[in-house]
Ligand binder design. Structure first.
Ligand SMILES: NC(=O)c1ccc[n+]([C@@H]2O[C@H](COP(=O)([O-])OP(=O)(O)OC[C@H]3O[C@@H](n4cnc5c(N)ncnc54)[C@H](O)[C@@H]3O)[C@@H](O)[C@H]2O)c1
Length: 431
């Protein structure tokens, strides 16, 4: 069965969703508010680095996938509307849902016509948002769910750097549904993905996403806390200790071990905001989650822990070379990057000679953070020629042997990355 689908928001999740449905022979319209992003996608160019998504875009643009500037027209024709807009961290740490509601405003006038549709929230929203926020919002607009349209959520579990593979070959598809009709339509839409499909209640669908992200954040903060303990005791080979831990058969060789590894804190778009939003949601419902509170606290102290290691060996006249600016290897996403937090501390402490290099994230980092004091280099060599101290902040594969190539340099390895065997599988490297 082939459907017509409109996707709101063409970021990592929305563009991947749109192209995956196009790949499965649906007709897909995509809409985004960001004019620069729209222009690039229309020209067949990805607005961010993402392997395999570039070729999927070229396969489908202006064929099964059309970028539209008329969202109402697209919604009118569609059987499904997927909301994939951002849900950033609000002022008090809560999920800010303004983009979600603005997208709903844009389609509200169309939802009451005689075509039956499924409105699907794919953005990450805290449990109870659909029932207690979105449905009442629609009702205020005289749009009653279950009558002419239904609502569902469909959390996304993809990892940046693996967006296409993670969506096309997902481990599971989860849909929080309002009614049976919505469940059946979603099941039919996903049928030719041949992936285990689970229909659950609306709140459960939303909860599962946070179950996943807060567990990942917890494993990272756990590893970082243990590393701080090891550091305080002394004489502990941290990399070796974690590598040996990973050999335990109870992990079953799963890729989750890459999260049970120390570093300079989790970053990126999702783990920081989702852990914080889940904490705030629990507090607003009368429960103070102690584990999450400390997961966040440990994460917040990690950049200072690393900066202190640098400060211990650096003079204020030294040039400090930051290797890696994106929040993880394989991505040019610099949102909530640990490197930015370390640089901020160094600048505040008067270490003003900083050079930086990332294989693909120099430009987005410079645009996002506007550190006037930082000079960007276009190769590892040019950075190493200038720097007195090297700080390995993102575990890019091309940094693997800098300790051997530059044996005279002092190196702070924030990712416990150097000295790994070259045959370590790439999925097992530290995040
Ligand atoms: N990035 C990830 O790895 C990932 C993984 C799973 C889930 N998520 C969740 O998916 C959602 C989207 O994340 P993302 O990384 O794709 O975000 P993103 O910032 O890359 O993209 C969001 C897009 O939405 C657009 N937008 C905002 N308001 C709009 C509107 N009213 N109409 C149309 N477009 C609008 C923005 O211009 C932007 O292009 C978030 O809730 C996020 O938490 C992200």
């Amino acid at each position: 069965m082939s459907y017509t689908i409109t996707v709101f928001g063409l970021g990592f999740v929305g563009l991947t969703t749109a192209l995956a449905f196009a790949e499965k022979d649906n007709k897909v319209y995509g809409f985004d508010m960001d004019a620069e992003r729209v222009k690039m996608i229309k020209a067949g160019k990805l607005p961010f680095a993402e392997t395999e998504l570039d070729t999927a875009l070229l396969r489908h643009i202006n064929k099964n996938f059309t970028v539209t500037e008329e969202p109402e027209y697209a919604v009118k024709k569609s059987d499904f509307i997927f909301l994939c807009v951002g849900t950033p961290c609000g002022e008090k740490g809560e999920a800010d849902l303004k983009y979600l509601y603005s997208a709903i405003d844009m389609m509200a006038s169309v939802l009451n016509d005689n075509k039956y549709r499924v409105l699907v929230i794919k953005s990450t929203v805290p449990p109870s948002t659909t029932l207690e926020g979105v449905i009442p919002y629609l009702e205020e607009k005289q749009l009653s769910v279950g009558d002419k349209f239904t609502i569902a959520n469909n959390p996304e579990f993809l990892r940046e750097g693996h967006c296409w593979e993670d969506m096309i070959n997902a481990d599971r598809i989860v849909c929080g549904v309002y009614d049976e009709k919505g469940e059946k339509m979603l099941q039919s839409l996903y049928e030719n993905f041949h992936i285990p499909f689970f229909a659950v209640s609306l709140n459960t669908g939303e909860f599962i996403k946070y179950l996943s992200n807060t567990l990942l954040a917890t494993m990272i903060s756990y590893s970082n806390e243990m590393t701080k303990i090891a550091d305080a005791i002394g004489g502990i080979q941290i990399k070796k200790a974690f590598n040996i831990l990973h050999l335990d058969k109870r992990w079953g060789g799963c890729n989750m071990t890459s999260y049970v590894f120390p570093g300079c804190g989790y970053g990126g778009y999702c783990l920081p905001k989702d852990t914080q939003a889940m904490y705030e949601k629990a507090v607003s419902k009368g429960y103070e989650p102690k584990i999450l509170e400390n997961v966040i606290r440990v994460n917040n102290i990690m950049p200072k822990f690393m900066a202190d290691k640098i400060i211990k060996i650096a003079n204020k006249t030294d040039t400090i070379g930051m290797l890696g600016l994106s929040f993880k290897p394989g991505s040019d996403d610099v949102r909530d990057s640990s490197t930015a937090k370390i640089i901020r501390i160094l600048l505040d402490e008067g270490y003003n000679n900083i050079v930086a290099y990332d294989p693909i994230a120099n430009k987005p980092f410079a645009k996002e953070y506007k550190f006037n004091e930082v000079n960007y280099c276009n190769s590892i060599k040019s950075l190493c020629d200038k720097a007195d101290i090297l700080v390995l902040a993102t575990a890019w594969d091309e940094f693997r042997d800098i300790d051997k190539k530059y044996p005279s340099k002092k190196i702070i390895d924030c990712r416990y990355f150097l000295g790994w065997q070259s045959d370590d599988s790439s999925d097992d490297y530290p995040l």
